[in-house]
Design a protein around this ligand. Structure first.
Ligand code: SAM
Length: 272
């Protein structure tokens, strides 16, 4: 007899996985090791939760839907130690949850808020070892795209600057109940060491990337005119006649770092 009686809630992005093969592939990709602090975002009716719990013995889950809390805890009985955090994931402090350790995150994410979730968890990148997320395939394609590709954009640069992005496998709509209207993909994200990334001013970096892709057909000279001059772009070693979609992630970092130096007043470009 199933513990779960409520119908799926569309507003919470509830598409429950039922394809055993896909579930096994996710657990295999996560491959939990003894001592890992596993956290699942959005356990739903436990499709990934219970196999992970059986295998690993302990798991923390974050679920917003109050109707799922009791059924989850009842169904987990005897499988291992399940800690349920009944909260909006966007309000969870992952640094605090990690404590002295670092987390491994897993989740078939609610697609309507997947990008805010990604950026929220990345605010605590130093507390995270890796993430295995199911997302819309179109989002995973954008996350992993490189310069010159049509899908290369703000999400690709912002994410690849701080994470290694490894698309793993695609999942068709039929693997879920109810089936979503789009194809899905599982991706592994591994945060980079912030020291090695070397972004000096994250807010400025974000602004440069946003403006550069704001009108992606424009040259950098035009797209960035609210932030800097052509001379400053040249001084950063970047050609101002390029468009954002032609720039490597590292070049965006160099450019924003060079502008940051100007902002601090140690360099001046004068026109007299
Ligand atoms: N993991 C389950 C599976 O694979 O069958 C469910 C995945 S379903 C796509 C997304 C889950 O995230 C649902 O259980 C939903 O209730 C939960 N959810 C939606 N918004 C949330 C939020 N803001 N915080 C935490 N969980 C949320």
């Amino acid at each position: 007899m199933s513990h779960f009686k409520e119908p799926p809630k569309k507003q919470l992005g509830q598409h429950f996985l039922h394809d055993r093969n896909v579930i096994d592939k996710i657990v295999l990709a996560v491959n939990p090791k003894p001592g890992d602090q596993l956290v699942e975002i959005g356990p739903g009716q436990g499709a990934i939760t219970f196999p992970l719990l059986k295998r690993h013995g302990a798991l923390t889950v974050i679920e917003f839907d109050r109707d799922l809390i009791t059924p989850l805890s009842e169904a987990a009985h005897g499988l291992g130690d399940l800690t349920i955090v009944h909260k909006d994931v966007l309000k969870v402090d992952f640094g605090k949850l990690a404590g002295e350790g670092r987390l491994r995150l897993v989740g078939n994410l609610p697609y309507n808020i997947s990008t805010p979730i990604l950026f929220h968890v990345l605010e605590h990148a130093e507390s995270i070892i890796d993430m295995h997320f199911m997302l819309q395939k179109e989002v995973v394609d954008r996350m992993g795209a490189g310069p010159g590709s049509k899908t290369y954009g703000r999400l690709s640069v912002m994410l690849q600057a701080v994470c290694e992005v490894q698309p793993l496998f695609d999942v068709p709509p039929g693997a879920f109940r109810p089936p979503p209207k789009v194809d899905s993909s599982v991706v592994r994200l591994v945060p980079r060491d912030p020291q090695s990334v070397g972004i000096k001013d994250p807010a400025l970096f974000e602004r440069v990337v946003r403006d550069a892709f704001g009108q992606r057909r424009k040259t950098l000279r035009n797209a960035l005119q609210a932030i800097c001059t052509s001379e400053q772009i040249v001084a950063a070693g970047v050609r101002p006649e390029l468009r954002a979609e032609q720039l490597e992630v590292a070049q965006f970092i160099n450019l924003s770092n060079a502008l940051g130096v100007d902002a601090a007043g140690t360099t001046a470009v004068v026109d007299i």
